[in-house]
Design a protein around this ligand. Sequence first.
Ligand code: COA
Length: 176
Amino acid sequence: MQRLETERLILRPFKDEDAADVYEYARDPRVGPPAGWPPHRDQDESLQIIRTVFAAPGVAAVVLKENGKVIGSAGFTDRHKVEQPAPNDELGYAMNPAFWGRGLMPEAARELLRYGFETLGLAAVCCSYYDDNNKSRRVIEKCGFTYTESIRSQVELLNEVRTEHCYLLTKKEWKK
Ligand SMILES: CC(C)(COP(=O)(O)OP(=O)(O)OC[C@H]1O[C@@H](n2cnc3c(N)ncnc32)[C@H](O)[C@@H]1OP(=O)(O)O)[C@@H](O)C(=O)NCCC(=O)NCCS
């Protein structure tokens, strides 16, 4: 992940030193479960996630410019849909509740979409939310995605079945 910048945010690769900031929000039951993962139990678990899941090339730490604090994660999950234009990838994100409601994740997501289409050469980006996660639905709508389908899916990390609402943004639609 190359360093990206928006008006209020820096998007950059995660570092081990971000573990305390990640744990601050990842321990909160309002954050992981709606996205399909359990709250982190301690800071070491956050460090392990930084070294594995967040070390993927398409994933960025969402950093507030004004104070350098890591307030979330956002990026491409390396999940691809064979039935959609290729190459495609899935956008995922989560943020510290103390910073919700300021339009920060739509700001990060728009820049990641630009990066995905212009730099990574993606033809389409998928994004989905689980039933009732209206906060994520709003981010998806604000970024210009189009609804495609709703499916029943197994949430592996929580051992649950949920309804997942799927959306797509093609490069062609994004350019408009
Ligand atoms: C989804 C998420 C990243 C949104 O980030 P954000 O920067 O707050 O996004 P926005 O400011 O655009 O707010 C989106 C919606 O959240 C709701 N919202 C905002 N602030 C809120 C708050 N303090 N409490 C409850 N809901 C709030 C509003 O419905 C808002 O929509 P609106 O702008 O039409 O009113 C954040 O809610 C989050 O981290 N949720 C938990 C993880 C998650 O669900 N990830 C996505 C998995 S698919």
